[in-house]
Ligand binder design. Structure first.
Ligand SMILES: Cc1ncc(COP(=O)(O)O)c(C=O)c1O
Ligand SMILES: N[C@@H](CCCC[NH3+])C(=O)O
Length: 498
């Protein structure tokens, strides 16, 4: 007999009761792409044979060249989401509100390679980086898109991060990044020192200054989880408006002959689905901008409201607001508050990561084992093991993040479903890929499962626990495929040994 869920108690037999307090059986079925298009890449659909297809390639064809586990990146989808953000921040859109518009910087921490950065730049976005590695990739992409030498006027790049080193700040100043976002008082000295050095060496003109932003802690709490909320007082990011630390940093920059205060920055958190937090933060930033102008005469030309727009992950959640909806809310609040304060409106920038990269990737896993666990009172759960786990998606273990999974390699013949927990192969009981999902009752070893919305903070937070090799990321487009990132090999792991 084939080992399937049906060899145990199934919904068809009426034996697969769910534990008390859980959703009724069938409520956690993963929506098909046509049912919840926001959950899936735009080119995802079922073929006539019943396979899931992405970028014009059925999953069996994708897996022939890129065995599971693998992240599949729909390039058309990524481009489309980037273009939507570019349009939402463009002058034409903001003109309607009597403003100049701003720029969207793709937050590379969500997922960054040179190819992905190039897609974002080509669609009109800048790139926000948060480390030397991300900055190096951003610079390489700028050179590829804009030509040789472009990296020393990399105004389309930004640099973030708390505790930046002198070397990082100096590099960012050298390349004339458009958004160097100061997160501690030391970084101001590093930037001024770098300008003096680059002036002496003739790389900077005698009057040329570095443009800086200051990351503000506005005190506003928002976001999907405590670990990803970033603007309340008691955490490591930003300089507090409340304590005066932000104002002190601002005054030092305004007074320094090597520096120009280009803008004020706020990032309140991530996976936010209600625009209210952004509106509150924008108002706080604009009030500080007004105060600074009143005291120093310098009205910052730009504010940056960070990233944070959420996405849907399971289909049990509601669709998230679109970038256009958020931009409309931001434009309205900036116009209103500036009118109240009697200030000219600034340019407004944003740094979306998840809302661009998230839905553009799907992870394909292969089922390696099934285990039914009795939970008492007739309830049971089917543990579905897949090759992979917390090393390719840390979010469930780190944040308790919910995902869903679709039987992707075939259409099931079964009418029943079974309550499942999809788990990885790591030595941790928290190694969960999908905590709760109803899969077809005939799910079996060798089946392919597709987990949607893994493009942001999936591969980028991947790791090698248990010496797992990190999966590759395959791009698909127009029936073709290739590697965005090749899968790691055992040789890659051994190569680093001393
Ligand atoms: C400063 C900053 N900007 C942008 C982002 C991107 O956020 P998201 O992926 O939620 O859009 C983050 C991450 O939360 C961040 O810390
Ligand atoms: N890594 C977080 C979001 C990014 C936080 C960056 N400030 C997540 O997976 O949800």
């Amino acid at each position: 007999m084939t080992e399937t869920a049906e060899t145990g108690a199934t919904a068809e037999e009426g034996g697969s009761a769910v534990p008390a307090g859980e959703a009724p059986l069938g409520a956690l079925v993963c929506p098909e792409p046509e049912e919840r298009p926001d959950l899936w890449p735009t080119t995802a659909r079922r073929t006539e044979d019943g396979e899931l297809e992405i970028g014009g390639r059925p999953v069996s064809a994708i897996l022939d060249e890129a065995p599971a586990p693998v992240y599949v990146l729909d390039e058309a989808d990524f481009r489309g989401r980037a273009a939507t953000w570019a349009a939402a921040m463009a002058e034409e859109f903001w003109e309607g509100y009597g403003m100049a518009g701003g720029e969207a910087f793709y937050a590379g921490k969500a997922f960054l390679t040179t190819r992905v950065a190039r897609l974002a730049l080509e669609e009109g976005l800048g790139i926000d980086t948060a480390s030397r590695g991300e900055l190096a990739v951003g610079l390489a992409a700028v050179e590829q898109v804009e030509g040789a030498g472009a990296a020393t006027r990399a105004h389309r790049l930004g640099l973030h991060g708390n505790g930046k080193t002198e070397a990082e700040v100096s590099l960012a100043v050298y390349h004339r990044l458009g958004h160097i976002v100061i997160d501690s008082p030391e970084e101001i000295e590093y930037a001024a020192g770098a300008v003096r050095r680059w002036r002496e060496e003739g790389h900077y003109g005698p009057q040329e200054r570095a443009g800086l932003m200051v990351r503000l802690t506005t005190g506003i709490h928002a976001g999907g989880h405590e670990f990803i909320a970033t603007a309340h007082e008691d955490q490591k990011f930003g300089l507090s408006i409340h304590t005066g630390a932000a104002r002190e940093a601002i005054d030092r920059i305004v007074a320094a002959p090597e520096l120009e205060l280009r803008g004020l920055h706020s990032h309140i958190g991530s996976q936010i689905t209600d625009p209210a937090g952004f509106e509150e933060a924008a108002a706080a930033v604009l009030r500080l901008r007004h105060e600074v102008a009143a005291d120093t005469g310098w009205l910052c030309p730009e504010i940056d409201l960070g990233g944070g727009l959420g996405i849907a992950y399971t289909g049990a959640d509601d669709p998230a607001p679109s970038p256009t909806t958020l931009a409309r809310a931001l434009a309205a609040v900036v116009r209103r508050v500036c009118a109240e304060l009697g200030d000219e409106a600034p340019r407004v920038s944003v740094e979306p990561g998840r809302s661009i990269a998230g839905p553009s990737q799907v992870t394909l896993y292969r089922v390696t084992g099934l285990k039914r666990v009795e939970l008492g009172q007739g309830a049971s759960r089917l543990y579905v093991s897949v090759e992979g786990g917390m090393s390719d998606n840390l979010r469930p273990a780190l944040y308790g993040a919910a995902y869903t999974a679709l039987l992707a390699g075939r259409r099931s013949q079964s009418t029943g479903v079974v309550r499942c927990r999809v788990v990885g192969k790591h030595c941790e009981s928290g190694d969960v890929v999908v905590r709760d999902v109803d899969l077809p009752a005939d799910v079996t070893v060798g089946d392919v499962l597709a987990v949607p919305a893994t493009g942001a903070y999936g591969r980028s937070m991947g790791m090698n626990y248990n010496l797992f090799t990190r999966p590759g990321v395959a791009w698909v487009a127009g029936g073709e495929q290739g590697w965005v990132l090749r899968p790691e090999t055992i040789e890659d792991l051994l190569r680093l040994e001393g």
